[in-house]
Design a protein around this ligand. Structure first.
Ligand code: NAD
Length: 543
């Protein structure tokens, strides 16, 4: 019986390890990578209730930077597994929802500490191997961001529970934050291990049960996430992981009367499709499903003539090319003033041409492979398209090779066409498109930035001039959900820069913030009157 108001430990961001040359942490992580790479190939099951399900349909797992190497297989399921996962979730629901919040908090705080300690190398190595993230990109995602999600969300959960209405004399008003009546469907992308974990953990922390469908190309680290949850004490059935085709899962989930919420991160087109499917099925549900989706971006960098060229070049080289441009927040279009371009260009080209590309096992490789052959073909198709256009020129990169891994050179495109295709469409790869503008046309350029794409995820303003910063912030008010001033538009930190975009980029429910957790509860208001009336007549009725 919890007969005290417990305080949770104050959340602080997990320190990012540096993995410098000769450090013990680097030696240990690379040894773990090597162990996972060389061990007998693993067989990854689905996790449904207390069962680990292996099927005959086994799909191979290979590092994107070394795709001939098989590091394991994962069992693929079908509609019956999705149904079993829903049943397992609904079976677990009552006990989980009735568990005091302190116990739920303890599970996720424990998961954070396990990940900060004994699970750190395995989660990072799985992400390096399976998703081709270099050491640093793995550390900031699979270790630090995931830990931060767990710790900060526990704190936000308690803040939500503390939010209570006022009461008046003789009356006590209360709010309780019930989990949704049904199950939540978490559909997650390949590119962030932390996002995959958080899309399941956030609703579960608030007392919900979850059916999770990870992306096929994130299964290796997804499996480590499930092991982490189990070790932290998450009861069976609270989070169930099924590996099936998206539409197969959707067909079962979106026809179920107890489908209560979608927690999605991925591309805009898939999210719109899911939203339409849910809308068309609305008569089938017991309640109105919550729909939360963070989706694509066409993230801009606006450079003013007052900006420092070295800052501009670095914001672009890191912002556009870290993790091969496969961040929803990656800088993918930049607008530079013609009177500073000659200074910026050599610094930018020098930086990009010094990038090393290759396996994630070699820490000096800043660039690794793109996620899979489908992505490789799509991105290289864009590069081929660019090469044929009269109004665009490739000034860096432009080559690609998939013989060993899915390697695409970081590519910079210069266009004279403000509506050029790669200024508008999300490529989701290492391709940055530049447009050089007349410095006397700042207002027109800001309007162009605002109107060029359907997305509004991240953006950056690089300038020293405060009048310009102020003007750009106002003109670009709805162009980005996360705006950066004199920094690259990537690298949001939980608790510091709540993340999410508007317009075509999503519902902007800000992952890693109380705003997101509120979507996974349905408040019940309770009014209790201590001395209840016994006569229906009011004084105004006196004759
Ligand atoms: P994706 O849309 O291809 O896939 C996302 C998930 O949806 C996967 O699990 C996939 O299997 C599933 N899916 C696909 N079709 C489905 C269907 N019909 N029914 C049910 N599920 C279905 O995205 P991706 O390639 O994994 O990730 C890249 C995309 O994610 C980019 O567009 C990127 O901008 C976006 N993203 C956005 C954010 C953000 O916070 N805004 C963060 C990360 C990634």
């Amino acid at each position: 019986m919890a007969n005290a108001f417990f305080k949770v430990p104050e959340a602080v961001n997990e320190p990012v390890k540096a993995y410098g040359k000769g450090s013990q942490e680097r030696t240990d992580l690379l040894a773990e990578y090597q162990r996972l790479y060389s061990q007998k190939p693993i067989e990854i099951p689905m996790y449904i209730g207390s069962n680990q399900i292996h099927t005959e349909d086994k799909r191979p797992l290979s590092p994107p930077h070394d795709h001939k190497k098989c590091i394991g297989t994962f069992s693929y399921g079908n509609a019956s597994h999705v149904q079993q996962a829903i049943d397992a979730a609904l079976n677990a629901k009552n006990a989980w929802a009735a568990l005091p919040w302190t116990e739920r908090a303890a599970i996720f705080l424990k998961a954070a500490d396990l990940l900060a300690g004994p699970y750190r190398n395995r989660m990072n190595a799985a992400t390096m191997l399976g998703q081709s993230k270099n050491i640093f990109q793995a550390e900031i995602d699979a270790a630090c961001e995931m830990i931060d999600f767990f710790r900060f969300n526990v704190q936000y959960m308690t803040q939500i529970y503390q939010e209570q209405p006022i009461s008046s004399p003789g009356i006590w008003n209360r709010l309780e934050y019930r989990p949704l009546e049904g199950f939540v469907f978490a559909v997650t992308p390949f590119n962030f291990t932390a996002i995959a974990a958080n899309l399941c953990a956030a609703p579960a922390m608030m007392g919900n049960v979850v059916v999770w469908k990870p992306a096929d190309s994130q299964i290796y680290s997804a499996h480590v996430i499930m092991e982490l949850f189990k070790e932290a004490g998450l009861p069976d059935g609270v989070i169930n992981m099924v590996t099936v085709e998206g539409p197969v899962a959707g067909e079962v989930v979106f026809n179920h009367p107890y489908f209560a919420g979608l927690h999605f991160t991925g591309s805009t087109s898939v999210f719109k499709h899911l939203w339409k499917t849910i809308g068309n099925s609305i008569e089938k549900y017991k309640s109105y499903p919550r729909i939360v989706g963070e989706t694509g971006g066409k993230d801009f960098v606006f450079v003013h003539e007052s900006a420092d060229p070295a800052i501009v070049a670095t914001a672009l080289s890191r912002g556009a090319f870290e993790y091969q441009g496969q961040k929803c927040s990656a800088a993918s279009r930049a607008y530079l003033p013609s009177n500073r371009w000659d200074e910026i260009k050599p610094i930018l080209l020098k930086q990009v041409q010094s990038f090393k590309m290759g396996s994630t096992y070699e820490p000096s490789n800043f660039i690794n492979a793109v996620i899979d052959e489908k992505a490789f073909d799509k991105i290289s198709g864009f590069i081929d398209f660019i090469k044929e256009q009269p109004d665009a020129e490739i000034i860096a990169g432009g080559k690609y090779d998939k013989s060993v891994g899915y390697f695409i050179e970081p590519t910079i495109v210069l266009t004279t066409n403000p509506s050029f295709r790669t200024l508008c469409e999300e490529i989701f790869g290492p391709v940055l498109t530049l447009f050089i503008y007349d410095p006397n046309q700042v207002d027109e350029t800001l309007s162009l930035i605002d109107q060029t794409s359907d997305y509004a995820l991240t953006g950056a303003i690089l300038a020293k001039d405060r009048y310009v910063i102020q003007k750009a912030m106002a003109r670009l008010e709805h162009s980005a959900g996360n705006l950066y001033i004199n920094d690259k538009p990537t690298g949001a930190v939980v608790g510091q820069q709540p993340f999410g975009g508007a317009r075509g980029s999503g519902t902007n429910d800000k992952a890693g913030a109380a705003m997101n957790l509120l979507r996974w509860v349905s408040a019940r208001t309770i009014k209790e009157t201590f001395v209840s009336p016994t006569d229906y007549r009011y004084p105004f009725m006196e004759e």
